[in-house]
Design a protein around this ligand. Structure first.
Ligand code: FES
Length: 362
């Protein structure tokens, strides 16, 4: 931060809110298939978020607007800009590819958020174990930078898995932090090595033996995990086999959760029925629509022409959060909304269904 920026901090009373568009102010290549995009707001407002949270952005592809969620890889301890690190997804729907190929300095984008509850700040602990794979490193680097900047001196073991050494995002920076702060220990695990490059670290798939070698005291750590669904499933399987207390386990995912019998959440509330009528009143149109208990608020809104931003469609990203003025909904989400937001009347439109008559602010 420059001294002129420091002086500015005193004069900026407001934080970015998602009604303001973001301007791309820097594009930084990270690896052969990933870049970090940094954004600011026109009038240099600051950004306030939890390390590990994400934003959902509108990606204007040739086939229409896609809503895609990306973790903020930056840290709120450096509040003048935010950044997302985007890796090309060969099997994706084109959102990441569009950003990598088209987004450039000076472009402005619409974004929603920040959202998400995956943050070490919500789970203070003396010892952490961060486990990630591929672009799942983005919330980990945000939390590491935040803990490092604040000199929290928390004992952190960080395990990251990548396809090969040259694809490890933020490798130099993490190793630099680890060298300067003895509380941060890092282990990289790669599937393959790079040609002409010596690799002395772990190689293969992350497994129980590696866990015990790298973090023998893992049972006493608060664990944060992020990666593909398959990767997180394998981590959960290892932890279940070790009889780890899963109350100390947190994961972030932008894919539909896959549960085994061991970790299927139990719900004891009402199950919406297809043959029961409900009604939704939309305040913005002053219109009331009859629907079934099984219809989501999002689908009914769409029928009457109300566009609610949505990305994941299963209660993870939080982009479809709307305010409910009255009535009851049946909502089963996957972490895209906090208890405090639910208390204040917010619901996720993609995974909420009206029970009786519901009034929405949209
Ligand atoms: S669309 Fe992601 S939580 Fe609803």
């Amino acid at each position: 931060m420059r001294s002129s920026d420091l002086a500015k901090l005193k004069d900026v009373p407001f934080y970015w809110n998602d009604e303001q568009r973001l301007e791309c102010v820097m594009v930084m290549p990270e690896t052969r298939n990933a870049k970090t995009f940094f954004f600011k707001v026109d009038d240099d407002q600051l950004f306030n978020y939890e390390p590990g949270q994400f934003i959902t952005i509108e990606v204007p592809t040739e086939n229409g607007i896609l809503h895609r969620s990306y973790t903020l890889s930056t840290t709120p301890s450096r509040p003048l800009s935010i950044g997302i690190t985007v890796k090309r997804q060969e099997d994706g729907q084109g959102g990441s590819a569009w950003l990598l190929d088209n987004l450039k300095l000076g472009d402005s984008i619409k974004a929603y958020g920040p959202s998400g509850v995956f943050s070490c700040r919500s789970h203070p602990a003396k010892k952490y174990l961060f486990i990630s794979a591929g672009s799942g490193i983005t919330p980990m680097i945000s939390m590491l930078r935040w803990l490092y900047d604040y000199s929290v001196h928390t004992d952190i073991t960080f395990i990251h898995c990548a396809a090969r050494p040259s694809e490890i995002l933020f490798r130099d920076e993490v190793e630099h932090m680890s060298k300067r702060d003895p509380d941060i220990k890092v282990s990289w695990i790669v599937k393959d090595t790079d040609r002409y490059d010596v690799w002395t670290g772990f190689q293969g798939r992350f497994n129980q033996i590696m866990l015990e070698l790298i973090a023998p005291d893992f049972a006493s750590r608060e664990i944060f995990c992020c990666g593909s669904e398959g990767f997180m499933q394998s981590v959960r399987d290892i932890l279940h086999a070790e009889e780890f207390d899963m109350a100390q386990y947190h994961e972030e995912s932008f894919g539909a959760p896959i549960y085994t019998q061991a970790d299927t959440p139990e719900h004891d509330d009402v199950v919406p029925a297809d043959d029961v009528e409900a009604a939704i009143h939309f305040n913005s149109l002053n219109t009331e629509v009859a629907c079934k208990q099984t219809d989501t608020l999002l689908s009914v809104a769409k029928e009457v022409g109300i566009v609610i931003p949505s990305a994941c469609m299963f209660g993870v990203c939080g982009s479809c959060k709307i305010k409910k003025t009255s009535g009851e909904v049946h909502m089963i989400h996957n972490g895209g909304i906090s208890d405090a937001e639910v208390e204040s009347g917010y619901v996720l439109a993609c995974c909420s269904r009206a029970i009786g008559r519901v009034v929405l602010e949209v």
